[in-house]
Every structure is written in structure tokens, then in C-alpha cells.
Design a protein around this ligand. Structure first.
Ligand SMILES: Nc1ncnc2c1ncn2[C@@H]1O[C@H](COP(=O)(O)OP(=O)(O)OP(=O)(O)O)[C@@H](O)[C@H]1O
Length: 359
């Protein structure tokens, strides 16, 4: 398969479109956790109950009238599931389940509904850039449409009931994925991460809870779901995100002022590594991609598309590399494949610009 064809199938629109504030905010995610009031919760339900729940969710989704396609976990190969995890469309937990779990996806993959994960239903909306209000509006619209046909477990005092007590109330997790190289290089994240905790927010790595902040990418999300409305939770998050954006911008300006040539050198060394290396591990690739993306934002590099970071952080994960290669790859083979995929992808931009190749 050609790289162009592979990319057109692999890259979802929320990954490569420019949204508001996209020089720092890569994407926005809203997820709502919901359960049916009659069925036992996923941690304790029987196989039969799981099956009934999946059918009830399926019927409600169809009646809600959204053009979503269902992918049942039991019908997918391990590699296909891994790719869905790498694309942030399902969780690793859902991928492990081969019972009656499934995911309903929209064509451009901005909507994904997970069935029988930790809760009966998890509604997720992904948008490019900083679009908390828009993503919340979309998720609540889907939620209302499904609720017409699926009786949610809801308590007058507590709100929506969920498997994990930390989700009770709104069942909402609002999150923005931010690229923060300036704050990392100026060692300010060590101060910011504990500070945002005071506002009931948390910073996680690129693959959510427990993952590392590879490529200077952080997900900032709410921890508290109880005692505030959905609108207030997203408003509070937005307020903190706006401040982080302002701090990242001033960190970048300060770096350019104090060590412009060193920064430019770092960016171009990383660009050289990505453009010419033959073997590259994911950590090094993430670091170099972050530098190159910063170089694009600062105007040092002009012939590479801004979405390179979002796209390649996902497409150079093990599942995608193996899908592109068409079979199992050992770690060292993946490092070789990763290097060649990055070279080819950069080459696409350069030859568009110059009409020639030098790799
Ligand atoms: N803004 C975002 N853009 C793209 N993907 C995101 C964003 N925020 C979170 N994700 C992805 O969503 C997935 C789940 O993240 P996370 O573990 O934070 O969420 P969660 O729904 O709260 O899960 P749980 O409640 O089980 O902890 C991860 O793959 C994460 O990378």
C-alpha cells in the first residue's frame, strides 16, 4: 500500500485539521460515562446481562439516528484493536475484552461510543484544536438522543451513576491535549502540574492515565465530576488552559530571545535525525517530532505540515507500524520501519514544495 493511501485511511480528521489555538492545543476530547438503570454494572454483570446491555445500547444508538458503524471486539484481530487504541478511539481495557463489548464509530472518527467498557456506555467526541464548548455540545446532543431510548441510571442527589465513584455526577471527563515544549525546556511543568491540581484538574501523558508525556504532549483534564454542572467543569478547564497557553507562548518567546540560535540548531538537528535516520526508537522520534513542530510554529521550518506531530506520534506506534508493514515486527524491525515511515512522510511535504527528493 502506498504511504498516501495508508495515511488517508489511518489519519482521522481531528488529528490533522487545524482547530482554534492549534499552535499549542492539538485536540479536545469530551467523554460521558452512562449506565442503564435496570442492568447490573459491567464489573458484576453476567455474560447474558452483558449481551442484553449491548443489544439495548445498539437499539438506542440506531433509534437515535446517528450514522455510526459498530465494530464488535470479538470480530476484530489483535492488531486491529491495537490500532484503535493507538488512535485514541477505544481504551486498552475494551481491546482486551472479546465478550459483548463494541465501539460505534462515525465516518471521520470524531464520535466514538464504547459499549460495556467500565460503564455500559461511554460517549466520546474528539475535535481538532481547542473546542471544549463545541465538543461538549455535540456529546450532550448525542447523550440526549440516546437517552430517549435508554433509561440511564440517575439519582436525584448524585446525578449519573457510574461504575467508578470518581465519575459519579456528570460522568464527564473534559480534556485537551497540549504541546508544551517551551514550558518543558524552561522547567516550568514541575510547578504547573501540582498547581493545576488545586483546581481539580490533572495532567496526564499522551495515552491518558499512567502514560508518559512523550513528545512534550500533556492531556489536561478534570478530576472532579460531582457538584458542578458540565458547563462549569468545561469553563473552569478552559480558564486554566488559556493561562497555560499564555505561559507557553511567553516561554517560547523567552527561549527565542535568550538562545535563538541554539533553539534553531536543536530544531534542525532533530529535523535532520527524522529526515535521514535509518533506525529510530519511539522516544527519540517523539522528542525530534516535538522539536520539529516547535520549529514550524516558530517559523524556522516552512516546508513541513503542522499536523506532522499529531499524525506521526500516532502512526509510529507499534500497532500502526505493523499494520503498514502487513504483519508482525520485532522491536528492532519496528525501529527500522518507524525511521523509514517518518522519512517517507517528510519527503511527501518536501517534494511537494521543491519537486525533488534527496533521501
Ligand atoms: N484531548 C484529547 N485528544 C485526544 N485523545 C485524548 C484526549 N484526551 C484524552 N484522550 C485519550 O483518551 C483515552 C482515555 O484517556 P483517559 O485515561 O484520560 O480517560 P478516561 O475516559 O478518563 O478513562 P478512565 O475514566 O478509565 O480513567 C486515552 O487514549 C487518551 O489519550
Amino acid at each position: 500500500m502506498s504511504l498516501e493511501k495508508f495515511l488517508s485511511q489511518a489519519v482521522s480528521s481531528w488529528m490533522n485539521e487545524d482547530g482554534p489555538s492549534s499552535e499549542i492545543v492539538l485536540s479536545t476530547r469530551i467523554r460521558l460515562a452512562r449506565n442503564h438503570h435496570q442492568y447490573a454494572f459491567p464489573t458484576v454483570f453476567t455474560k447474558e446481562e452483558a449481551q442484553q446491555t449491548a443489544e439495548a445500547v445498539g437499539a438506542a444508538v440506531r433509534q437515535a439516528g446517528y450514522p455510526l458503524e459498530e465494530l464488535k471486539m470479538e470480530d476484530l484481530q489483535g492488531l486491529e484493536k491495537r490500532v484503535l487504541v493507538e488512535k485514541h478511539l477505544i481504551s486498552p481495557n475494551l481491546a482486551e475484552d472479546s465478550g459483548s463489548s463494541s465501539v460505534w464509530l462515525s465516518d471521520d472518527e470524531d464520535i466514538s461510543l464504547m459499549v460495556n467498557e467500565e460503564d455500559h456506555l461511554r460517549i466520546q467526541c474528539l475535535f481538532p484544536g481547542l473546542q471544549l464548548k463545541e465538543a461538549l455540545r455535540k456529546a450532550l446532543e448525542i447523550d440526549d438522543a440516546i437517552e430517549q431510548h435508554f433509561d440511564y441510571a440517575f439519582d436525584e442527589n448524585f446525578g449519573y451513576l457510574t461504575t467508578c465513584p470518581t465519575n459519579v455526577g456528570t460522568g464527564l471527563r473534559a480534556s485537551v491535549m497540549m504541546h508544551l515544549p517551551g514550558l518543558m525546556m524552561t522547567h516550568q511543568m514541575n510547578r504547573i502540574i501540582p498547581a493545576i491540581g488545586q483546581f481539580g484538574l490533572v495532567a496526564r501523558g499522551i495515552y491518558g492515565e499512567g502514560s508518559e508525556a512523550l513528545g512534550n504532549i500533556f492531556q489536561i483534564s478534570n478530576q472532579t465530576t460531582l457538584g458542578k454542572s458540565e458547563e462549569d467543569i468545561t469553563e473552569d478547564l478552559l480558564h486554566v488552559v488559556d493561562q497555560i497557553i499564555a505561559q507557553e507562548k511567553s516561554a517560547r518567546e523567552a527561549l527565542v530571545k535568550s538562545s535563538g540560535i541554539q533553539l534553531e540548531d536543536r530544531v534542525f538537528r532533530s529535523y535532520g535525525t527524522l529526515r535521514y535516520s535509518r533506525v529510530i526508537e519511539s522516544k527519540e522520534a517523539a522528542k525530534c517530532l516535538s522539536d520539529v513542530r516547535l520549529g514550524i510554529d516558530l517559523g524556522f521550518i516552512e516546508n513541513v505540515s503542522r499536523s506532522i506531530l499529531n499524525e506521526l506520534m500516532i502512526l509510529t506506534q507499534p500497532g500502526f507500524l505493523q499494520q503498514y508493514a502487513g504483519g508482525f515486527l520485532r522491536p528492532v524491525e519496528r525501529d527500522i520501519r518507524r525511521a523509514s515511515l517518518i522519512r517517507e512522510r517528510l519527503e511527501m511535504d518536501v517534494s511537494k514544495d521543491k519537486g525533488g527528493s534527496d533521501i
